[in-house]
Write a protein that binds this ligand. Structure first.
Ligand code: HEC
Ligand code: HEC
Ligand code: HEC
Ligand code: HEC
Ligand code: HEC
Ligand code: HEC
Ligand code: HEC
Ligand code: HEC
Ligand code: HEC
Ligand code: HEC
Length: 286
């Protein structure tokens, strides 16, 4: 961004502070690169680093903001040892280069499971060779993620699943791969509850009569997030078994006793319909 400053330009949406650069610092005018790299410089006008930054009131990021000062490279007739080549950088160096400007948007990246496992920005993004209509991604979700997370793929082929492969829900709706404060890179919601209530507003409450585990243990006490053999993404095939992990309401002579319509022959939720909580009934019957 020093080069941007040289032209009196300053991108605004992302941190791009810098001091004025002079040829003495080893920079050349930004048009210079296009002379020999027209194939890259041409399409760059539509790159978010150029187009979006301009639309957002800045003046765009230029070649030398990322590749460093280019004078020695140009004077050497394209000496590749005198210019930053990203494939020669370590993952940490790549991240540091990008985070110079993107630390505000992604402040947790360096302590995310991805950064710690040497998965750098360029494992998922490409500046010049991204898939169209994405945020500079090298592949679209979910295939981008399946490249490395083959183990989670089968769960999205199960009879009941969040329709990620069908494009209804995205991995990034629930995960922020750039790091969060929760385990498994989970996004959090405004009320610090599970990511789930962002879309499933109706189960969030607050209810006059809360079903304690919904808040205390979270949705995963009863549901599997990716996919399941069981309807409603439940953890267990048998609902009564699911409930009886925490309850055993089998006292004879009550509604739960060994009579017709009892819990031995009826599913708990046939009666306890409002299982996530109710405003009318302590036992979630209505
Ligand atoms: C005088 C022509 C010329 C100019 C001007 C020029 N380059 Fe190059 N550049 C080359 C040549 C030749 C190569 C090596 C061949 C290749 O890989 O394209 C090269 C290679 C590169 C590479 C490494 C490519 C790789 O395959 O890893 C980068 C990055 C690069 N140039 C960036 C720049 C930037 C940024 C500017 C402007 C500051 C610039 N170049 C200006 C000629 C030039
Ligand atoms: C936002 C950072 C950034 C900006 C701005 C940028 N580049 Fe790159 N450049 C990269 C990265 C990262 C790579 C590695 C391949 C990729 O991700 O596409 C790269 C790769 C290259 C290569 C190697 C060729 C290749 O296809 O691998 C050349 C040449 C190059 N850039 C030239 C330029 C020129 C010329 C400009 C200005 C028009 C420019 N770059 C602007 C980050 C940037
Ligand atoms: C000199 C500052 C700077 C550097 C360095 C930089 N970026 Fe950017 N980046 C920007 C700006 C400015 C935008 C446009 C954002 C806007 O205006 O909303 C942008 C946009 C993006 C976007 C697209 C956002 C969107 O909504 O489409 C991605 C992805 C991105 N950058 C990734 C990277 C990666 C990966 C690197 C490192 C190879 C990198 N950036 C290096 C400043 C920078
Ligand atoms: C594991 C894959 C992965 C890694 C690693 C990664 N990104 Fe992303 N990035 C994504 C995906 C996927 C999106 C799109 C998110 C969406 O659509 O909600 C994205 C979106 C973005 C955006 C657009 C703003 C936003 O949050 O939606 C920027 C800017 C960005 N990434 C920059 C970076 C930078 C800088 C790094 C490295 C420090 C990085 N990314 C590392 C996958 C990744
Ligand atoms: C509906 C929300 C949601 C969607 C969509 C989602 N995840 Fe998850 N994911 C979760 C939750 C919640 C966990 C935590 C599970 C736990 O703690 O038992 C998790 C856990 C994970 C884990 C940790 C290991 C594991 O298998 O439990 C990985 C890796 C993962 N998800 C990847 C993905 C990928 C890749 C996609 C897209 C193909 C995706 N997720 C889509 C909610 C989601
Ligand atoms: C280049 C390979 C790669 C890509 C692409 C990738 N990941 Fe990862 N991901 C990893 C590695 C390696 C880890 C850390 C080790 C582990 O937990 O598996 C990780 C960790 C995670 C975790 C945390 C797992 C945990 O147990 O805490 C989640 C969630 C996750 N990735 C989701 C995604 C999503 C969603 C995408 C697509 C947007 C994606 N990843 C793309 C390699 C990748
Ligand atoms: C991005 C929005 C979104 C997020 C976040 C989300 N879901 Fe979903 N969920 C959906 C959609 C869409 C459906 C499918 C509804 C349909 O197919 O009719 C669904 C379906 C379900 C179903 C099955 C409903 C049925 O009628 O069979 C359950 C259970 C469920 N989600 C639980 C969760 C849990 C638990 C989480 C958090 C780990 C979560 N959801 C996060 C959007 C989301
Ligand atoms: C105590 C166990 C339990 C907990 C905790 C729980 N659920 Fe459920 N959930 C169920 C049962 C049982 C069903 C099936 C209801 C039916 O089939 O009528 C269900 C059904 C659903 C459905 C399907 C549509 C509906 O409303 O019936 C969604 C969506 C859902 N749950 C989301 C969530 C979310 C989001 C959370 C966390 C905020 C959560 N559940 C917590 C037991 C639970
Ligand atoms: C993870 C443990 C857990 C699971 C699973 C669970 N519950 Fe609960 N449930 C509780 C706790 C804790 C309370 C608070 C009252 C208590 O301590 O008994 C409660 C309260 C209730 C109440 C209200 C009792 C009252 O009078 O206050 C009903 C009815 C109930 N659960 C039915 C169910 C049904 C039906 C299921 C299966 C769909 C189920 N529960 C699954 C833990 C659980
Ligand atoms: C035939 C309808 C019906 C079925 C089936 C049923 N319940 Fe109930 N349940 C009730 C009624 C009615 C009450 C009493 C409500 C009251 O006293 O206000 C009750 C009360 C409860 C209570 C709170 C008081 C107590 O007895 O501890 C719990 C917990 C409970 N049921 C759990 C379950 C579980 C778990 C199942 C499935 C194994 C189940 N119920 C099946 C109708 C039913």
């Amino acid at each position: 961004m020093r080069a941007a400053a040289k032209d009196g330009k300053q991108a605004s949406a992302v941190e791009t502070t810098g001091t004025a650069a002079s040829p003495a610092d080893g920079y050349v005018s930004n048009d210079t690169c296009a002379r020999c790299h027209a194939n890259i410089a041409g399409p760059f006008a539509n790159n978010p680093h150029s187009k979006l930054a301009l639309e957002h009131g800045g003046n765009g990021v230029t070649c030398q903001s990322c590749h460093g000062p280019g004078k020695a490279h140009v004077d050497g007739g394209g000496d590749v040892t005198k210019i930053i080549r990203f494939e020669k950088l370590t993952p940490q160096q790549v991240d540091a280069t990008c985070l110079k400007c993107h630390a505000t948007t992604h402040p947790n990246f360096l302590r995310s499971p991805h950064a710690k496992a040497n998965v750098s920005c360029l494992s998922c993004h490409s500046i010049h060779k991204s898939v169209p209509y994405t945020t500079l991604l090298i592949a679209e979700q979910p295939n981008l993620c399946y490249k490395c997370h083959v183990d989670v793929k089968p769960s999205f082929d199960m009879p009941f699943h969040h329709r990620v492969n069908e494009g209804v829900v995205k991995c990034s709706d629930c995960h922020n791969v750039h790091g969060t404060f929760l385990p498994a890179n989970l996004r959090n919601t405004a009320d610090q509850n599970m990511v789930c209530t962002k879309c499933h507003m109706d189960v969030r409450g607050p209810f006059v009569y809360e079903h304690v585990p919904v808040r205390a243990d979270g949705c995963l006490a009863c549901h599997t997030p990716h996919g399941s053999q069981n309807a409603r993404l439940l953890n267990m095939p048998n609902i009564n078994q699911l409930c009886n992990q925490c309850h055993s309401p089998v006292s004879a002579g009550t509604v739960h006793g060994m009579n017709e319509g009892s819990s031995e022959v009826t599913t708990c939720i046939d009666c306890h319909t409002y299982i996530h909580g109710s405003n009318l009934d302590q036992a979630f019957l209505k």
